[in-house]
Each structure stands twice: as structure tokens, then as C-alpha cells.
Design a protein around this ligand. Structure first.
Ligand code: NAD
Length: 349
């Protein structure tokens, strides 16, 4: 295995990992350890080339710094990527070598699951390193984070409703949910329990049928969900769905959901703001996921109490973000980045 430093601008350390025997080529990007060890998942994808993989690792690791800071966690931001098709190129040997690379960093970077990875893969990586989370078994294993993620998004939706409509109650509120995967279905359950009227879409019919049967949801085609008339849109599928093409056609008054990187560009935050659509910044709204993973990294003994406290803090951060955005008449996304940056300032204890 060869570990090579790559020159990087604002990142603390970026490494290229290569191993001829297993075919591993990957990047480990540590954006910041200002608040603690860098934490962020491992993504395996058939990137078109190494430059694309590097760009993804740099962008995602920076995002983790902000997400972890916004969630009030003593963790920095990092991310790793492996180039290859997970269905074809993933092997136990490749994962083991990646584990050795993580171990060589001595705890500066903690890895976990992201796209293309499973808890079993994490267990394999864990045969070579202590610095792995997202395990299915073990003393501090945190398991599937999506119920905690959904709880955090539900809180964010209530807080957004309070700011936009004057009260957090969701009874009778129309919520459009895009994506009924791990997060989306848990979220629908909570919204339904609170009396919201759901309109849903997914590219998988089985998930749609489940939402119809369990929550009385109205279903629309995937290409219709962004133009549904509702009070709130909750994106829980893919990124970049809020963009110059989609924003003019939205028929909601607020957007609060769990998908990562919902805004295609920073200007899209301003576009939503100009339309009077209140946007709950995604990296605060979906912080429950990393809070759950953090229990494993930080070896938290009383997980439920700790998670509950962190989710409350996260909600308070969302409230502060939306309050400041209203006072200054700016996009909440700008404020969210500002609040996370404040926590990262060297003079803040
Ligand atoms: P998932 O893969 O379980 O679910 C995604 C769902 O979206 C799938 O059912 C898929 O069929 C559907 N989908 C894909 N494209 C769609 C489209 N164009 N229209 C409608 N539906 C579509 O993923 P997940 O774990 O539920 O995560 C959802 C989002 O939340 C992702 O953006 C993820 O990065 C983010 N997120 C998840 C967690 C977590 O705890 N799982 C934490 C933080 C952020």
C-alpha cells in the first residue's frame, strides 16, 4: 500500500491511497480536526477519473466539518472515497487495505458508511483499524442512523413551521415528501403521527404503496413531487433538487428535509429566499445521522439520553439560524454556514 500526500488548499491533509494487489485507488481527505478527530463516511463510486474522486472527497469532507460543527459535536470533518463500482470492484482485500490506511492516520480520521458501503464492509475495515464506526455489532455499535436522522428532520420541520406559519403544530399541514427510503419512511411515520397530510413520491413503487397503506399518503409521480401544492416540501432522496429550474415552479412555503446538498448552488438559497420560501438548511436538519454515529466514535454509554440532548441542541441551532436569517432578511443557508464557522474559530473554546 502506498500513501501519498496531495497538496491541498484549505484542507489539513489529503492522502492518495493506492494498492496494486487489491486494485485500491482512493482518497482520504481531512478538512479539519479543529473540533476533534475528522469524521465522515467512505463512499465507493465508479468515478470517471481521479480528479472527480478528489473533488468529491474535498467537497464532502468540507461539508462534514460544517455538519459536525453545526451538530455541536467534538468532531472534525473528513471523508474518504474509493474509485470503483461497489458491485464489481469491492473485495475483502481492498477493504482491508483501506482499513490499514485509516489505521496509519492514528485516529485523525474516523471512517463510516456512505454510498456503496454496508455495515459488513465496515466490519471488514475494522479488522485492520480501530477508527471505524457504522458497525452492526459490538459494544458501542450505533446501527442504522436513519430513525435518529428522521427525528431530527421532524424537529426541523416543526421549527420551520413555527417560523413560517407561527406554530409548530403539523395537524392538517400538507407535507410533500420526496423519497421513501430509510429516512423518508421514518419521517412519514412521525409526520403522520402528528396529523400531517402527506403527498409522496419515490421511484420504487413498493415504497409508495407502503406509504399509502400505512399513512394514507397521496402518491404522485416522481417528476410531479416538486410542483405539488403544499405547505412544506421535505426532500429525502437526492441532492441538487433545488435549482434554477425547479425553484420557480415550487408551490410550497417552506422546504425542510433530510437529503444532503439540496441546493444545487449557493445562489439557490438566495433564490428560495427571494420567493419567500423558508429553507431549513439541510446540514442542520439531517444532523441526527452523524449524532447517532458519534455515539460510536465517542463511546457514549447512555446513548438514548445523549442523543436526545444533542437533538435538542440541534433544534435550538435551527431555531437560532432561522431567527437570525429573518432578522437580517437573508437566506438561512448563509446563516447556517456562519454559525458553523463561528464554532470553528480558533478563539472559541
Ligand atoms: P435511501 O437510499 O434509503 O432512500 C432514498 C430513496 O429515494 C429511495 O427510496 C429511492 O428510491 C428514492 N429516490 C431516488 N431518486 C428519487 C427521485 N428522483 N424521486 C423520488 N424518489 C427518489 O437513502 P436514505 O438513507 O433514506 O437517505 C436519503 C437522503 O438523506 C440522502 O440524500 C442521504 O444522503 C440523506 N441522509 C441520510 C441519512 C441517514 O441516516 N440515512 C443521514 C443524513 C443524510
Amino acid at each position: 500500500m502506498e500513501l501519498t500526500q496531495i497538496e491541498s488548499g484549505e484542507h489539513e491533509q489529503v492522502l492518495r491511497v493506492q494498492d496494486a494487489d487489491s486494485g485500491l485507488i482512493g482518497i482520504i481527505a481531512i478538512h479539519s480536526t479543529r473540533l476533534g478527530p475528522a469524521a465522515g463516511g467512505l463512499r465507493m463510486r465508479a468515478y470517471p477519473d481521479e480528479a472527480a474522486a478528489l473533488e468529491d472527497a474535498l467537497r464532502l469532507s468540507r461539508g462534514m466539518t460544517f455538519k459536525n460543527a453545526a451538530a455541536g459535536l467534538p468532531l472534525g470533518g473528513g471523508k474518504a472515497v474509493i474509485i470503483g463500482d461497489p458491485a464489481r470492484d469491492k473485495s475483502p482485500a481492498l477493504l482491508s487495505v483501506f482499513g490499514r490506511a485509516v489505521e496509519a492516520l492514528g485516529g485523525r480520521y474516523w471512517t463510516a458508511e456512505d454510498m456503496g458501503m454496508t455495515p459488513q464492509d465496515m466490519a471488514r475495515i475494522g479488522t485492520e483499524t480501530r477508527f471505524v464506526a457504522g458497525l452492526a455489532d459490538g459494544a458501542f455499535a450505533s446501527g442504522d442512523p436513519s430513525p435518529v436522522t428522521a427525528r431530527g428532520i421532524f424537529n426541523a420541520i416543526r421549527t420551520t413551521a413555527r417560523h413560517r406559519f407561527g406554530a409548530p403544530e403539523l395537524a392538517g399541514m400538507r407535507v410533500a415528501v420526496q423519497g421513501l427510503g430509510h429516512v423518508g419512511l421514518h419521517l412519514c411515520e412521525l409526520l403522520h403521527g402528528a396529523g400531517a397530510a402527506l403527498t409522496v413520491a419515490d421511484i420504487h413503487d413498493a415504497a409508495v404503496q407502503e406509504a399509502q397503506a400505512r399513512f394514507g399518503a397521496r402518491a404522485v409521480a416522481p417528476d410531479q413531487i416538486l410542483t405539488v401544492e403544499a405547505e412544506i416540501l421535505a426532500p429525502c432522496a437526492i441532492g441538487a433538487i433545488l435549482n434554477a429550474a425547479s425553484i420557480p415552479d415550487l408551490r410550497v412555503q417552506a422546504v425542510a428535509g433530510g437529503a444532503n446538498n439540496q441546493l444545487a448552488t449557493a445562489e439557490d438559497g438566495a433564490r428560495l429566499h427571494a420567493r419567500g420560501i423558508l429553507y431549513a438548511p439541510d446540514f442542520i436538519a439531517n444532523g441526527g445521522g452523524i449524532i447517532n454515529v458519534a455515539t460510536e466514535i465517542l463511546r457514549i454509554a447512555d446513548r438514548p439520553a445523549w442523543v436526545a440532548e444533542k437533538l435538542e441542541e440541534l433544534d435550538a441551532t435551527m431555531d437560532r439560524t432561522l431567527t437570525r436569517a429573518r432578522q437580517r432578511d437573508v437566506s438561512p443557508n448563509d446563516v447556517a454556514e456562519e454559525i458553523a464557522s463561528e464554532r470553528l474559530r480558533p478563539d472559541v473554546a
